[in-house]
Design a protein around this ligand. Structure first.
Ligand SMILES: NC(=O)c1ccc[n+]([C@@H]2O[C@H](COP(=O)([O-])OP(=O)(O)OC[C@H]3O[C@@H](n4cnc5c(N)ncnc54)[C@H](O)[C@@H]3O)[C@@H](O)[C@H]2O)c1
Length: 257
């Protein structure tokens, strides 16, 4: 522990699993108080074992698509902790489908969780951070930078997060709020999201995908959740005080070529 987030209050959405869970653990190591939210209460409780709802890890039920829920969460954090310094908009889903076979319902669900919620979270956090500044980290994806035939809705949602982040960053800078807004673009990271996606695919496709990863990721393997957690840590901390509207790609070099 080196106290890179000492005395900071952070909220991380979708923190019961994968990247959010790793980021929560990393933030606590660096001295932050972290409010972890998720809509999967069983997973949320399981993820943090017997730790009760006390600092530095606090668990709250939240469906990020619920607008009123955002108001309630921010009110809770301001009342209990006296401020908000960091928001990581991490919750997300993948529904696979091409531009031809994606249903409108799958399209809308994907935008609702991956994009609309990032907008609502960013808007709510700006309101809370205005008095003393802060850092908002939006988890996009390499799929927000490059296309994939079977990820039409996901591509659109993550591309939306990327460019919305820049708009919010410019707005905050223009108002002298001292709030920085950046996006992170993970490549293939082994989490339950990837495992679940693999489980829905025919085994020959899984084998082909794993082979493609081995061959096409320049660093030769999938990343670890901690790789993304460390990127979040940098953008959340004051070490990135001159960084806003940027897109941090953490993908083992996958999108270099
Ligand atoms: N794993 C990867 O390779 C990868 C790559 C690029 C981007 N990402 C992005 O990183 C983020 C985290 O992914 P992960 O791999 O850790 O996934 P994950 O499935 O392990 O975790 C996502 C969490 O979000 C929660 N969640 C889903 N919908 C929610 C909602 N409406 N309200 C609140 N919580 C909700 C889930 O319950 C789950 O705990 C996502 O935004 C994902 O798109 C992941």
């Amino acid at each position: 522990m080196s106290d890179r987030l000492l005395n900071k209050i952070a909220v991380i959405t979708g923190g019961a699993s994968g990247l959010g869970l790793a980021t929560a653990a990393r933030f606590v190591e660096e001295g932050a108080s972290v409010v972890v939210t998720d809509k999967d209460e069983d997973r949320l409780n399981g993820a943090f074992g017997n730790i009760s709802n006390i600092k530095p890890i606090d668990r709250r039920y939240q469906d990020v698509t619920d607008e009123l829920g955002w108001n309630n969460l921010i009110e809770y954090v301001l009342t209990e902790y006296g401020g908000l310094d960091i928001l990581v908009n991490n919750a997300g889903i993948v529904i696979r489908g091409t531009a031809e076979d994606t249903t409108i319902s799958d399209w809308r669900k994907t935008q609702e969780v991956n994009l609309d919620a990032v907008f609502m979270g960013t808007r709510a956090a700006i309101g809370a951070m205005k008095p003393s500044g802060g850092s908002i980290v939006n988890i996009s994806s390499i799929e927000g930078l490059v296309g994939e035939a079977t990820a039409a809705a996901y591509n659109a949602s993550k591309g939306g997060v990327r460019i919305f982040t820049k708009s919010a960053a410019l707005h905050c800078a223009s108002q002298n709020y001292r709030i920085r807004v950046n996006s992170i673009h993970p490549g293939f990271i082994r989490t339950p999201m990837i495992d679940n996606a693999l489980a829905t695919m025919p085994s020959d496709e899984v084998e082909a995908l794993l082979l493609r990863m081995e061959n096409e990721i320049p660093l030769g393997a999938m990343g670890d959740p901690e790789d993304i957690a460390n990127g979040c840590l940098y953008l959340a901390s004051d070490e990135s005080k001159y960084v806003t509207g940027s897109e941090l790609v953490i993908d083992g070099g996958y999108t270099c070529r």
